[in-house]
Design a protein around this ligand. Structure first.
Ligand SMILES: [Zn+2]
Length: 313
């Protein structure tokens, strides 16, 4: 008897890091070994670094999807506040850069820090993207980088065509919004760093059961560096930047800041990279072992969705 399976979108956000090529290589090795194909979101200007394209060609050759994570992933690019014409210019340039360097079609996007605006989804559609994977439906925004974004709580939890005036509501854009799986908490790799493996397995199990029952996908987010066997123990100020090393943390932890939200939550994150790596492998093996999950890229998911083989809300 065939087992009913949930389609699982394993997504990874790439960032500019000094050891990025080795970290990506370790990540690709592990994913190949375990048998997971994922979708990697790349800030396009990282391609300007010398000697970096080979690892992305390998990534695509091994059946993963390469997608866009903005042009810069830093100021002055800001998807929450940039005018439409600036967002169109940046998204068009990012898509063209990746497509020229790696010879792939870039169809999916994730906003840096999941922060976007109505202009972003209109710009994505104008630039020929097919899917945005940035909305954290039913995630409690108080524990995120967007403290005041209560629109997450009412956004549809399953793939939908968004409204051109509100990415968190259904509308008539052709673009698909594919929300990151969340229920109060988002299903992302910091979950096991903050709340442990046991909780993560229970949460994953519940989300998979629900997705199977309703014939909807699971969208998980991780980072390639979590697959790299490191012995580094991060300082307490790791996520806070240089000023925290000299000025300390204190009251600032309790005041939400710009694109960071309440920074006190960062103190919950695991700092020992050896443990992060070990636990990442545990989570990934746990997911890969499940016979009721099938890993697909965003493009493969869209093919099934539009072919009527995956249901929509
Ligand atoms: Zn990012």
């Amino acid at each position: 008897m065939s087992v009913r399976r949930a389609l699982f979108l394993f997504t990874l956000d790439i960032h500019g890091r000094s050891n990025l090529v080795a970290e990506l290589a370790a990540c690709l090795d592990e994913l190949a070994h375990i048998g997971i194909r994922g979708t990697f979101f790349l800030p396009a200007t990282l391609l300007n670094e010398s000697g970096i394209t080979a690892i992305f060609k390998r990534l695509v050759d091994e059946g993963h999807q390469l997608a866009c994570h903005g042009l810069l992933h830093r100021e002055p690019e800001n998807f929450a506040s940039d005018p439409l014409e600036v967002q169109i210019r940046n998204l068009k340039q990012a898509k063209a850069m990746i497509e020229a360097a790696i010879d792939v079609e870039v169809t999916a996007f994730r906003a840096p820090s999941f922060i976007l605006s109505a202009e972003t989804i209109v710009a994505l559609e104008a630039c020929g993207y097919k899917a945005d994977v940035s909305v954290n439906s039913q995630r409690l925004s108080l524990i995120s980088s967007q403290v005041g974004n209560f629109r997450w709580l009412t956004a549809p939890r399953w793939p939908y065509h968004p409204s051109r005036s509100n990415p968190y509501a259904r509308g008539d854009l052709k673009l698909w919004e594919i929300p990151v799986t969340a229920f109060v908490l988002p299903f992302i790799s910091t979950m096991h760093q903050a709340l442990g493996l046991r909780f993560t397995r229970l949460f994953a199990g519940a989300m998979i059961q629900e997705a199977k029952a309703l014939n909807h996908p699971i969208v998980y987010m991780a980072h390639p560096e979590e697959f790299y066997p490191s012995d580094y123990v991060r300082p307490r100020t790791y996520h806070f930047g240089r000023s925290a090393e000299t000025e300390g943390l204190g009251w600032r932890l309790f005041v939400p800041k710009g694109n960071a939200g309440f920074r006190i939550r960062w103190l919950l994150y695991e700092r020992d990279e050896h443990k992060i790596h070990r636990d990442t492998m545990e989570v990934v093996r746990f997911l890969a072992k499940r016979r009721d999950v099938e890993f697909v890229t965003v493009d493969e998911y869209l093919t099934r969705l539009e072919g009527g083989m995956a249901s929509r809300q």
